[in-house]
Design a protein around this ligand. Structure first.
Ligand code: ZN
Ligand code: ZN
Ligand code: ZN
Length: 759
């Protein structure tokens, strides 16, 4: 019998056709397989019914790890061709079409790792060993179609051995565009900070040994440079902090194996699975009781970001060392993109590092490591980058027009929405600096070329002064397309609704800052949106931000704003004068400004958490994004409820002065951990009760939680419990970052729905 099978999903450029070929041949089938221009793979097979059944079962269940099947249909086929064998048709395939899918970078697979370790294998000890199922993709592709001449592997002509494998449909490296071996592939070398190449036999393992000995080594990877140090010896980590001007911000580490991770951190089932998956992101893990790595890695935090090796080079780094893990932080100057070029690395990092481990393959697209955390088994993506980008998020609806979202100000990503696929760029960063803004521009351009899309609408944040707003307006002008502004927290809510396909939701959206519809600073919001009406239903109490942005850096300013009318508070504030850069004089000015009443106001949840953190003496200065609130969470982990406060809600507002007053008055009575716990519980319950009241009156069944505060385990858990207890459905993010990395996606979803472009 003859049948035609049509498979849609992520099936092109992922080794799908060679896989089909092998399975067909194995089952004695004749026919052909080809990529079709509309992103599907078409298979025609001729053979016995049982064999065809077996064939389909294998295709469904054992397809290559990179492939994702959305849909598979089988129909009878009555073509007139006579098949004599099974063939891979190559004619017009790999042609680009709107919304084509480029695979992300994939960590080294088990088979390649086995070969890397096998002394008899031709690729034994070859650091860039890859196959059709693994290796870099997005970071090496310069243009479509995805063929070797269009990647940075074009600089390395295949040797006859690799070529033979590349041409053999039965070989597992058939059409593996990154195929290479010690003879023909990229080479690795160890260089001093002065640029002198060291004559060593085994540069990678030598570099590992140098790291263990206490040196700082820059390591070039697939998508950028890492800086590596020991994790047991604090001296090089301290030195790195000094030269990087990175006082407290945690460093990610790479552990040699999952067993090694378990010696210093708690690893749940889900966490272990993701750590070892082909994505290999950094996973935030709770430190175990006998945590023995340097405290300098993540000072003041209960958790540490860990990843496993994801290339042959990484595995080899650990071969000669006893250390369970290395610090592996991305090498980027403050607020600038990760460094990718050898020359630039030598120029900009030689005063920071002692040695460089370099290779001679260019990086087409930079891509930082992804970061994920789990809250009670729920996956929350903090940074969606390597291993995820640019594979699309699939929506439950289709847009007729192609929409671009450019993000907000911090943790920016771009997003292209085409039909039912949202392509989110890798992590770009904070776009204050021109270098980073240019990186965003280039990446959007590159992704639009790879997906073969032309924008019809461009969405940006409502903030008139964001660099991304300006970028959107300029682009729209150049391309002659429409622009639309989406309020920041509206975009957060839309990102949650888009992720789940809900068309009506009350959302609790909490973060640090977003420009409100009234021009004020928002950040602790109860919102409602149903694709037509967007409404602000309630919020946290407005609080003064003395000195504007300064109150973000020095959270005691927030405390002053909230409590300045309280008896005995001024004396307390003066007792903390040495935590202000200008001491008592600064306190004088702050109090005077507060009395005049001329300060900006904010409803931000992040700022209230910061204030609690400073009031409790946990953190007086923010040296990295979210630091006071993150450290507060790390305290609350060990606490229990001591204040037992009932949220005060009046006029659709959760009273936060009451919360801070209660903490202030009980400062000496309870441990900091318990007060931190009570504070987070109060905020979570207050927001949840208000959201429930509003959802009830609107008849909305679902309450969601988005924004950067949604990373907080206790707050999320408390909101979830209250919401579900009251009979509502609760949702939080799973695939889209709750923080501002998800804003670009939310902007496109909000735009597409608002413009009624869905079909
Ligand atoms: Zn492989
Ligand atoms: Zn070769
Ligand atoms: Zn936000």
């Amino acid at each position: 019998m003859n049948v035609r099978i049509v498979v849609s999903g992520i099936v092109q450029g992922v080794g799908f056709r060679p896989f089909i070929y092998r399975v067909a041949v194995k089952n004695g089938l004749k026919g052909f397989v080809r990529n079709r221009g509309d992103a599907v793979v078409e298979i025609v097979v001729e053979g016995g019914e049982e064999n065809i059944k077996k064939f389909i079962k294998t295709v469904r269940e054992n397809h290559p790890p990179l492939a994702k099947i959305y849909n598979l249909t089988v129909e009878s086929y009555d073509g007139k061709e006579k098949f004599t064998e099974f063939k891979i048709y190559e004619s017009f395939e790999e042609k680009t079409f709107s919304g084509s899918v480029i695979p992300p970078d994939i960590s080294i697979c088990d088979k390649c790792l086995e070969e890397l370790r096998n002394p008899k294998d031709p690729r034994h000890d070859y650091f860039f060993i890859t196959c059709t199922d693994c290796g870099p993709r997005y970071t090496v592709i310069e243009r479509l179609p995805y063929d070797r001449p269009n990647t940075t592997m074009k600089d390395f002509p295949m040797c006859s051995f690799c070529e033979k494998e590349y041409r053999d449909p039965l070989n597992r490296r058939f059409h593996a565009q990154t195929i290479a071996c010690p003879t023909c592939g990229p080479k690795v070398f160890l260089v001093t900070s002065g640029g002198e190449v060291l004559r060593v036999k085994d540069p990678i393992r030598e570099a590992g040994r140098l790291v263990e000995e206490g040196f700082i080594v820059a390591v070039k990877g697939n998508g950028g440079f890492h800086i590596a140090t020991s994790t047991l010896n604090s001296e090089p980590i301290r030195r790195l902090r000094r030269v990087k001007h990175r006082r407290q911000k945690p460093f990610a580490i790479m552990a040699k194996s999952l067993e090694a991770v378990k010696t210093f951190a708690k690893v749940g089932v889900e966490e272990a699975k993701l750590l070892a998956s082909y994505i290999r992101p950094i996973v935030l893990l709770e430190k175990s009781e006998n945590y023995y790595l340097s405290e300098e890695i993540s000072p003041g935090l209960h958790n540490v970001g860990v990843m496993l090796p994801y290339t042959g080079l990484h595995y080899m780094l650990f071969d000669w060392v006893e250390e369970p893990a290395f610090v592996m932080t991305s090498a980027n100057p403050p607020n600038e993109p990760i460094i990718v070029d050898n020359g630039e690395a030598l120029r900009r990092l030689s005063s920071t590092v002692d040695y460089f481990l370099l290779h001679n393959r260019r990086i087409a697209q930079r891509c930082d490591d992804s970061v994920v955390r789990f809250n009670d088994g729920f996956q929350l993506i903090i940074r969606r980058s390597r291993g995820y980008a640019p594979s699309p998020i699939r929506l439950k609806f289709k847009t007729k027009r192609v929409v671009l979202g450019v993000g907000a100000g911090e943790n920016v990503t771009g997003c292209i929405l085409v039909e039912d696929k949202a392509f989110i760029t890798q992590y770009i960063g904070d776009v204050e600096k021109l270098e980073t803004l240019n990186y965003l521009k280039e990446t959007i351009n590159h992704l639009s070329n790879l997906t073969n899309t032309r924008f019809e609408v461009i969405a940006h944040d409502l903030h008139p002064k964001f660099a991304t707003t300006n970028l959107a307006l300029t682009l729209a002008n150049q391309l002659g397309c429409e622009v639309t502004a989406i309020q920041h927290h509206h975009a957060h809510l839309a990102s949650l609704m888009g992720e789940y396909g809900f068309e009506d939701m009350v959302g609790i959206v909490c973060d640090g800052f977003g420009y409100g519809l009234d021009g004020k600073a928002w950040g602790g919001e109860i919102l409602w949106w149903n694709g037509e009406n967007f409404e602000r239903l309630g919020h946290l109490q407005e609080q003064p931000m003395v000195g504007g942005d300064k109150a973000t850096i020095y959270p005691l300013r927030m405390v002053a704003g909230i409590l300045h009318n309280l008896n005995g508070f001024e004396d307390w504030l003066y007792s903390k004068a040495n935590f202000f850069p200008y001491g008592e004089e600064e306190v004088n000015v702050i109090l005077k400004q507060l009395k005049s009443g001329r300060t900006p106001y904010t409803t931000s949840c992040g700022r209230v958490l910061d204030a609690v953190s400073a009031l409790l003496g946990v953190c007086y200065e923010r040296t990295y994004e979210g630091e006071p609130a993150i450290k507060l969470e790390s305290k609350a982990i060990w606490g229990k409820d001591c204040l037992n406060l009932k949220p005060k809600i009046e006029n659709n507002t959760v009273n936060t002065t009451y919360l801070l007053t209660e903490i202030f008055e009980n400062l000496d009575r309870y441990p900091i951990e318990d007060l931190a716990f009570s504070a987070q519980k109060y905020l979570a319950e207050g927001l949840a009760y208000l959201a429930i009241e509003k959802a009830e009156s609107l008849g909305v069944k679902t309450i969601g939680f988005s924004g950067g505060v949604a990373y907080n385990k206790q707050i999320t858990k408390t909101i979830k419990t209250v919401v579900e207890k009251n009979g509502f459905r609760f949702v939080c993010h799973n695939q889209i970052p709750p923080g501002d990395g998800g804003i670009s996606f939310g902007q496109t979803v909000a735009t597409a729905l608002t413009l009624k472009t869905f079909i």
